[in-house]
Design a protein around this ligand. Structure first.
Ligand SMILES: [Mn+2]
Length: 355
């Protein structure tokens, strides 16, 4: 698999007229080499695959990164890079990943070369998932569904948001997750109007909406799931908002087809929410791609022109957030198929009442 991926990268380099690609993004390094660390660089030329890392990782790199020449770096990145790129002219780098300090080292080392941003290459390559990746993500989604069911069964009025976030993480880890795919959102009552309200010390009260948005890191892949539940009997307005978000979410799921652009998909849900008069309270995109990272491209958003293809894994997550009142979001993960989508998330979307 990695050989095929690397061959595809080289093909892109050739199309763009670049001589090499210097990679710093850890997910990209893992995707191309299998190497898992906190500190490494890949340098792909037309003839060599180099993995640059320091003493701590040498043995691990040799075991994980098959087909790569492991190059030791000891605070001499400039020297090593200069040597490896001696006869090369145009080098692609990842402008959205490297730091200013790293950039300064790179331009010093590559003073005779031209640098160009090449971050689109891996971004595009990773969009359509391979069968094995889809299988792993399926597992990540399955344990996320299970963790939700387990934790929902134990939530009571008086619990703190932070305790719920911790219980979600434990439930995921007990099922094989290595960690969280992002900082969990557990937002109750008025806080549920914060689309990204991470768990706080607030205690749950009767009558409140509670939004849970969380996911696993499982064998390096991410999952993402949101449900909004109600603590006790819903007020008419809570029920109304829930129904609108659900209607928008189901309509989007039914509409997605390969060949649509990200903005066309987004518009399906947005129109429904707008027609009910809540358009201004749905201020984020409808969804995003998920893979080794929690937010990948393409997106479902008002500006996304990219066409949706089979094999992409996306979230569909409309929401309505009313400041000072609260909010509702419902999120599933889907696999884009030839004719539409397969909804991977199995968790119920009935308005769950916790009493
Ligand atoms: Mn999401």
């Amino acid at each position: 698999m990695k050989k095929i991926r690397i061959a595809k990268v080289r093909q892109k380099l050739e199309e763009k007229g670049y001589d090499a690609l210097l990679i710093k993004s850890l997910p990209n390094i893992y995707y191309l080499s299998g190497f898992t660390s906190e500190d490494a660089w890949l340098l792909l030329t037309f003839h060599n695959n180099y993995l640059l890392t320091d003493f701590r990782y040498l043995e691990q790199a040799a075991g994980e990164a098959k087909g790569f020449e492991i190059v030791r770096v000891d605070n001499n990145l400039e020297e090593v890079l200069a040597k490896l790129t001696l006869n090369l002219k145009i080098i692609g780098i990842e402008e959205d990943v490297i730091t200013w300090a790293e950039y300064r080292k790179i331009i010093k080392a590559l003073e005779n070369q031209t640098l160009a941003d090449a971050s689109a290459i891996l971004k595009e390559l990773r969009q359509v998932k391979e069968p094995a990746e889809i299988e792993t993500i399926r597992q990540a989604v399955r344990i996320t569904d299970e963790a939700l069911a387990e934790v929902l069964g134990n939530i009571r009025v008086g619990h703190k948001e932070e305790e719920i976030a911790l219980n979600l993480e434990l439930a995921l880890r007990r099922r094989g997750a290595s960690g969280k795919s992002f900082e969990f959102i557990v937002a109750s009552g008025k806080r549920s109007s914060l689309p990204h309200g991470t768990a706080s010390g607030k205690r749950l009260e009767r009558g409140e909406l509670l939004t849970l948005d969380f996911g696993a890191k499982y064998q390096w892949y991410c999952s993402d799931l949101t449900r909004t539940v109600i603590l006790g009997k819903p007020e008419p307005k809570q029920q109304e908002i829930y129904n609108i978000v659900l209607e928008a979410q189901l309509a989007a799921l039914a509409a997605i087809k390969p060949g649509m652009s990200g903005q066309e998909v987004d518009a399906v849900a947005r129109e429904i929410i707008k027609n009910y008069g809540y358009g201004e309270y749905f201020g984020h995109g409808l969804g995003h791609s998920v893979g080794l990272e929690i937010h990948e491209s393409p997106r479902f958003s008002i500006t996304e022109k990219q066409i949706i293809e089979p094999g992409m894994i996306m979230t569909v997550e409309p929401g309505i957030y009313i400041p000072g009142w609260g909010g509702v979001r419902i999120e599933d993960m889907v696999l884009v198929t030839k004719n539409g989508v397969e909804v991977l998330t199995q968790a119920s979307k009935q308005f769950i009442i916790i009493d």
